[in-house]
Ligand binder design. Structure first.
Ligand code: CAA
Length: 262
């Protein structure tokens, strides 16, 4: 794997089958500058291409997951056409089409683009002191990397409106109650707990894991009828895989399955 300026990348877990990506711009509280997003996307490309890797954990520091898009970079964009022609924040989407599960482990601030980046991941775990927020309104702009849509899907209209229209932050505990976050841990245990879950996901058939992800993600873009149809077809399709045969045979034979990712 490469060396990066704005992130640290490591293979972790007992079987070294999890890529741990740590956002690492401490002086700017991991503000998501263009260089950081390029590094992140490159690391995701590598994790996706590496057949020994089954899942990714994305984290920041104890102080900040990410304090948002880089305001200093944005301040320099003088008008609509500057930001429009740069397709600003479009490249952030890389994480949403990663074939491997991505778990966000959020300590500290997840604000603006930081909250949006966490919401692009498949699962969010939070440290007890994490804070989620969409403070763009205080800067005279709006969430521009999915916040108005993903936050509303995650926590419902009333809570999302309140956060987006006031800029008020939500604590880890509230975020868990609202369904934005699936689990909360003491800050120093957060990453190791995330890695444990990632290792579990990595122990299953990669092909089947990817299909699960595709079906769950499709529920955001489809009617119930279309989504159920897609799910049924993929369920049927799993029957032509080695791993479905192996999984069911192993159960019947009372032994552990040996998945081959095909
Ligand atoms: N962009 C660039 N730099 C940032 C940053 C950001 N989003 N957030 C923090 N920093 C920098 C600060 O400028 C400061 O740098 P200097 O030391 O050079 O001045 C350094 O990080 C430390 O920050 P603070 O001194 O402000 O630390 P604090 O503990 O007093 O406050 C904070 C922490 C509440 C997170 C505060 O930094 C803050 O409010 N940050 C901005 C949060 C924000 O508005 N995010 C939304 C950005 S817009 C967006 O993301 C658009 C989108 O949807 C795509």
């Amino acid at each position: 794997s490469g060396t990066y300026t704005n992130i640290k990348v490591e293979k972790v877990g007992e079987k070294k089958n999890v890529t741990l990506i740590q956002l690492n711009r401490p002086k700017a509280l991991n503000a998501l500058c263009d260089g950081l997003i390029k590094d992140l996307n490159h690391a995701l490309d590598e994790a996706e291409a590496d057949s020994t890797i089954g899942a990714v954990v994305l984290t920041g520091s104890e102080r900040a997951f990410a304090a948002g898009a880089d305001i200093k970079e944005m301040q320099a964009m003088e008008n609509f056409s500057a930001v429009y022609n740069s397709d600003f924040s479009l490249s952030w989407n890389r994480i949403t089409n990663c074939k491997k599960p991505v778990l966000a482990a959020v300590n500290g601030f997840a604000l603006g683009g930081g909250c949006e980046l966490a919401m692009m991941c498949d699962i969010i775990y939070a440290g007890e002191k994490a804070q989620f927020g969409q403070p763009e309104i205080t800067l005279g702009t709006i969430p521009g990397a999915g916040g108005t849509q993903r936050l509303t899907h995650a926590i419902g209209k009333s809570k999302a409106m309140e956060m987006i229209l006031t800029g008020n932050r939500m604590s880890a505990q509230e975020a868990e109650k609202a369904g934005l976050v699936s689990k909360v841990f003491p800050p120093d245990q957060l990453v190791s707990e995330a890695v444990k879950t990632a290792e579990k996901m990595a122990s299953f058939s990669k092909t089947i894991v990817t299909i699960c992800k595709e079906c769950v993600n499709a529920s955001y873009n489809m009617t119930l009828t279309e989504g159920l149809h897609l799910e049924k077809r993929f369920f049927h399709a799993t029957f032509s895989t080695h791993d479905r045969q192996e999984g069911m045979t192993a159960f019947v034979e009372k032994r552990a399955p040996d998945f081959k990712d095909c």
